[in-house]
Design a protein around this ligand. Structure first.
Ligand code: F0G
Length: 458
């Protein structure tokens, strides 16, 4: 017999979970104004809100914490991280930040002026937030295939070169400070971008003299998909793929809470010493001195190790296969999901789950609430609430995709947990027609409203 797949690690420490009843959960979520961000984590049984900062570090990473150097300037841990970034990603310069959005804040402070246009592939919400906050405009150039939740296409995160070139041609080029490509494309369903696509985007950017940056939060998962799905790279190692990918771009922003395998942290990496000097000024102002920038020495040491662990093939195979496993189970129960399954999360398609509930009643949020009540499982809405209002018209934006994301923390849950999640979702699906109405908003913030929104059942 062929040996079955098993996790390439064993468990050294456990964290106990508390169980609650359905009746209790109904009360907890009502008291939280049906906003899953308002729930205390101990009232959640399986927490798939995010894969960001929620992973388990390895024994070696924990031992790195003990070796961290907390010197204000010139910390040994900073140089350890600098080495790892050079070795794995190939960038000469880097600035640590306290997380990914802080990296965006620093880099965009240098590069974006009011009225600028920043094309990309479905910018993540904090990326879009930081662009719009500066009076810029994020233009989504994702390929059309990326918006069809049932289409099985290997690289749904790809940038449409025609759409991108149209943006270059139709606008004064000096209004386009850079292009940002997010790998994997989180907002679009954790979908990968092919190396061929990166190469072509890079060539197009060079032709027009526009800089190209990568939002690399899940760069290692993206590299795994390149190895599995892109013929030309099937015999390359993950690290070779990663190195080649970043060789085509000017720099990156990173949320180390994902493929950095740490609980907090981020960085900007780049090739241009002048950009590094300019960004250093903002880093010192917003984050901290250039050799710590909002990170503890020990956390930089754990991150340096994390970059090596996340680019190991065995780890990535386990990681992506667990996400696939949940997707497969959900499909078996008839629950409509976005396909193919992404690298860090399974996205349930709320438009097909609740076809009788209009987007103006937030069907993906409704699904999230019902799944919590059913099984104590917490996902996150990637739909109309997250899309915010149009900053110019004040009108709600109804995105093409209305999804509930079940993001899986790295090295945290077993496949028994995945089985439990799938049954909870199947139970909600069984009674979907008894659920007749969604929500209305009773409070919302002017930007990134999803974190603090308050809802009322209709
Ligand atoms: N870029 C991407 C693609 C992200 O997914 C995130 C965060 C960020 C940037 C910002 O990084 O949180 O460290 O400031 N995504 C989390 C998520 C929050 O749940 O997907 P951050």
């Amino acid at each position: 017999m062929k040996l079955p797949f098993a996790e390439p690690f064993k468990i050294k420490m456990v964290e106990n979970l508390k169980r609650t009843t359905k009746e209790e959960r109904e009360k907890y979520i009502k008291d939280s104004y049906y906003n899953l961000f308002n729930l205390k984590s101990e009232l959640v049984f399986i927490d798939l809100l995010t894969d960001s900062g929620t992973g388990a570090m390895s024994d070696i990473q924990w031992s790195e914490l003990m070796k961290g150097d907390e010197s204000y300037a010139g910390s040994r841990s900073y140089y350890q991280l600098k080495e790892a970034i050079k070795d794995i990603l190939g960038f000469e310069y880097f600035l640590p930040t306290h997380q990914g959005r802080a990296a965006e804040n620093v880099l965009f402070s240098v590069l974006i002026k009011k009225g600028d246009i920043i094309p990309g592939n479905s910018h993540f919400d904090t990326t879009k937030g930081h662009i719009e906050f500066r009076g810029g405009k994020a233009v989504d150039c994702t390929i059309d295939e990326g918006f069809d939740p049932t289409l099985n296409y290997p690289f749904k995160g790809n940038v449409d070169l025609n759409k991108l070139e149209r943006v270059f041609k139709e606008n004064p080029i000096e209004k386009i400070p850079f292009v940002i490509v997010t790998i994997t494309n989180n907002t679009g369903g954790g979908q990968p971008v092919s190396l061929e696509n990166i190469k072509q985007v890079s060539a197009l950017c060079k032709k027009y003299g526009v800089r190209l940056f990568i939002d690399g939060a899940r760069f290692a998962e993206n590299a795994y998909f390149i190895k599995e799905r892109e013929e030309a790279y099937k015999n390359k190692t993950i690290r070779e793929i990663v190195k080649e990918l970043f060789s085509y771009v000017d720099g990156m922003t990173m949320s180390s809470k994902k493929d950095g395998m740490v609980n907090m942290g981020g960085f900007i990496a780049m090739r241009d010493p002048e950009l590094f000097r300019e960004a250093s000024v903002f880093n010192i102002m917003f984050e901290g001195f250039v050799t710590y920038g909002g990170m503890n020495g020990r956390d930089m040491a754990a991150l340096a190790r994390g970059l090596y662990e996340s680019t190991e093939y065995d780890y990535l195979e386990y990681r992506v296969k667990q996400v696939e496993y949940l997707g497969k189970k959900l499909k078996e129960y008839g629950v409509p999901i976005l396909e193919p399954v992404g690298g860090h999360a399974v996205f349930i398609d709320a438009k097909r789950f609740f076809p009788h509930i209009p987007q103006s009643e937030y069907p993906a949020q409704l699904l999230g609430v019902e799944l919590y009540i059913e099984g104590g499982v917490r996902g996150v809405e990637i739909g109309t609430i997250l899309a915010d209002r149009d900053p110019e018209t004040g009108k709600e934006r109804f995105p093409k995709l209305e999804l509930l994301r079940l993001a899986i923390p790295r090295r945290v849950y077993t496949n028994n947990h995945m089985d439990y999640v799938a049954v909870a979702a199947a139970n909600v699906f069984e009674k979907r027609n008894d659920i007749k109405r969604g929500f209305k908003i009773i409070y919302e913030a002017p930007i990134m409203r999803h974190f603090t929104v308050k809802l009322k059942r209709l």
